[in-house]
Write a protein that binds this ligand. Sequence first.
Ligand code: ADP
Length: 487
Amino acid sequence: MSQPLKVLYLAAEAAPYAKVGGLADVAGSLPKALRALGHDVRLALPRHKAVDGARWKLKLAAAPFPVPVGADHKMTEALEGAAEGVPAYLIWDEHYFGRDRVYGYDDDAQRFVFFGRAILAFIKQSGWQPDVIHANDWHTAFVPTWLATAGKADPFYAPIATAYTIHNVTYHGTTGKAILPFAGLEGHVHHLEVEPPGAVNWMARGIYHSDVINTVSKRYAQEILTPEFGAGMEGLLKHRHAERRLCGILNGVDYDQWNPATDPHLAQRFNSESLDARALNKAALQREAGLPVREGAPLIGFISRLVDQKGVDVLSTVLDRLFARDVQFVLLGAGEKRHEEIFGALPKRFPNKAAVFLKFDAALAQKIYGGADIFLMPSQFEPCGLGQMIAMRYGSVPVVRATGGLADSVSDLDAANATRKGTGFTFGDYTSDAFWNTLERALDVFRDKKTWRGLQERCMKADFSWNASAKKYEELYRKAIEFHKSS
Ligand code: ADP
């Protein structure tokens, strides 16, 4: 193999330390996959209050060190962890990170700029100079911004190339210009056209200043160039695309963690050769959900944050049609109150057919992936989506809207195709009818046991491990280094 790379991977959240959504899954598994390819990849994140220091055996990485904030300095600690064999640096500051949640505070922009300044100070004083710093989403976009501007004058930082991954282009981290002196950027950056007057947009900054930019599927990389999906960033993204700096790389799933052959939460473990055994998981799930144990009733699963993006409104418009049929439905999700109310009422409206769990529950999620026949993801937009990939790994057939990573990972079972190649059911228009027609198609095929088994086997054999995608990140890093050298 060519020269191993030194990469510092920055994220606001990372499994197993702190998880809110899919970003944590990716930040927990991509560095591990890149290390398996021989690269020295290290992870950095804030040490949020919820991180269990004893469980992850965190220890001090260095004596407290000064972090510049505005004209002043703040003494800060970095802790070191090694979960999953990946060296991790967790920046601790009581004021910024001693809080119950990872996100959602008025000073989030300051909190994450502080994290960026601290990790930059930490690597310099430790002497570990990465070839590439990989920032993810707006929270860590300060780092490529600073490196491309104020940091250029420092010989330690000047050679470091940057990569920036967009996991969701709709979250911008927009904040007032008062952040600039705090960030050490005053006089170093000019106003960007996409930024509102008097404001800094960190998503835009990450896109503008990084050597290379990618997003988490090929389809989403195309979609975000349009006003419909670009959330105002499309102009800037088109510019970077024209420079050949923008690409799409599909996320992978950690196949050690998500494995129906070893999953301790399943009543019965299984693989693609022992799919008959899966029926025991369906029965166990029906019992846990308080539904009649019936092999013949198609059991439909939905696991999601309950927000508009995930297609909950289109789902709520097909419920009457759905429950008019002989089906069972299990929902696991938490999110906006109005959605929780609609779905929370289902078990009363449709007894013996609907079970609803309004919470975050990782173990129950695994039981649903392992027991449901059909898995729904009718998203409005979906940068990548992990749920459909995990469902396929567990032999639950996905019914999805063909958008973003869903389009790139699920192929429709074309009923007219005698060779039966598909891995699920897809629809295009974001309408009740389009969704319902496709769901109904899935319910009809479910009755054809031979075709269904073929679908399940193809789902389980599809490879969404990091094997292929980690190599693409390696190429992306090498491209970042080339761009950086020529800049
Ligand atoms: P997003 O990151 O937009 O929420 P993804 O599909 O990329 O969506 O990832 C969602 C991850 O969170 C998956 O691992 C999914 O199983 C998990 N998840 C979502 N909601 C819940 C829940 N209520 N309980 C347990 N796990 C959940």
